[in-house]
Ligand binder design. Sequence first.
Ligand SMILES: [Cu+2]
Length: 161
Amino acid sequence: MICGYHMPNPIGTNMRILRTIGLLLAIATAANATAAGRLVVERAWIRTAPPRTMMLAGYAILRNTGDAPLAVTGAQSADFGDVSLHRSAAENGVERMLPLGRFDIAPGAGVEFAPGGRHFMLMQPVRALHVGDKVKIHIDTEAGEGATAEFTLRDEPPDVH
Ligand SMILES: [Cu+2]
């Protein structure tokens, strides 16, 4: 004896499969959105310079506290006409500055910007900057929202904690 209510319903089954696929896609998309690392900026400072110096250098440690690689692509600040990421390198005994370009930070790793090495090249300050002043710099990442960090004007590097 066949009861209509227990007949297999191919259309209903297909709809359920489609709904399941849709749900899985939604979960995959959400996972992708959080697959970028998370940028934390530590020990951010800018070396003070004589008045009307048009080029300053900023330093910090950029740490990826996420569980996926993080690509840093650049930086900007309302307090400077131009911000770029540089590295210093000795070539044939001559110290040169080169664009750092896009770089990756591994999960859990930190990349240090320090005097003599990587630095934020800060051009055309739009206001006079003195010891103790604070400047906000936004660091762009390829995925995610990057991070805005407060850099403090200092004569010397902050103490290592
Ligand atoms: Cu530079």
